[in-house]
Design a protein around this ligand. Structure first.
Ligand SMILES: [Zn+2]
Length: 89
């Protein structure tokens, strides 16, 4: 079965991270809990409290928008196959 060779189980430690931009904010925050469809407060990954997610927040990162530095640092520190970079020694 050639197809079986292509099936790869996703790593169990994969995190789904949602990015929300409060309406009064210019930066997007990361959260590990799905934002309510009708909007509402969500815990931030950066650990600086809750932010108000607007209705119908997606889980997509907007690459043209600035990130909250705390949330982005926490995102990079997540275990698992997240992009990371290191200084080489
Ligand atoms: Zn944040």
């Amino acid at each position: 079965m050639e197809r079986d060779m292509l099936d790869v189980d996703p790593p169990e430690e994969t995190h789904t991270i949602y990015w929300v931009t409060p309406e009064d904010s210019e930066v997007q925050h990361a959260t590990a809990s799905p934002p309510p469809r009708e909007g509402g407060p969500v815990d931030t990954l950066g650990g600086h409290g809750t932010v108000e997610a607007p209705p119908n927040s997606g889980d997509r990162m907007r690459h043209t928008q600035r990130f909250c530095p705390d949330c982005f640092a926490a995102y990079l520190n997540l275990p698992g196959p997240t992009p990371r970079w290191h200084h080489t020694e």
